[in-house]
Design a protein around this ligand. Structure first.
Ligand code: ADP
Ligand code: MG
Length: 137
């Protein structure tokens, strides 16, 4: 079993997609082991995306991520990190496969509906960024 961090980003929350997205995770065999809705501050968004500090889109990305509430979840399943990346689709919705969240729901490469951890070390950091041990089931 492996755990990954998922975020339903502010664009998808605004579009009322929380139910559709969590249903798909259940259908794909993920167990939600932690979950909450939060509205990140700019500083909290910068901390979450610190690996992208030097990227040209960092300021705009962290404005977007702090623009409204999002849903953060820790998900568990066999091969959770890769499976979540598969059902999310490519970062750019124009390149995302049919049926993926980003193909179905994303507006553009920045406002792209969902986040998913990309490796075991990042999953550990990202889950710990939002959830204490007591909040994970
Ligand atoms: P992913 O979320 O697929 O792991 P990255 O880690 O590369 O993608 O980027 C983190 C987030 O930054 C993306 O999900 C997206 O919201 C935003 N982003 C990535 N590339 C760009 C870009 N070229 N322009 C604007 N925003 C971007
Ligand atoms: Mg990433």
């Amino acid at each position: 079993m492996e755990r990954t961090l998922s975020i339903i980003k502010p664009d998808a929350v605004k579009k009322n997609l929380i139910g559709d997205i969590t249903k798909k995770f259940a259908d794909e065999g993920f167990r939600i082991v932690a979950m909450k809705m939060i509205h990140m501050s700019k500083r909290e968004a910068q901390g979450f995306y610190y690996v992208h500090t030097k990227r040209p889109f960092f300021d705009s990305l962290t404005d977007f991520m702090s623009s409204g509430p999002c849903v953060v979840m820790a998900l568990e399943r066999e091969d959770a990190i890769a499976k979540n990346r598969e059902i999310m689709g490519a970062t750019n919705p124009a390149e995302a496969a049919e049926g993926t969240f980003r193909k179905m729901y994303a507006d553009n490469i920045e406002q792209n509906a969902v986040h998913g951890s990309d490796a075991p070390e990042t999953a550990k950091f990202e889950i710990g960024y939002f959830f204490s041990g007591l909040e994970q089931f």
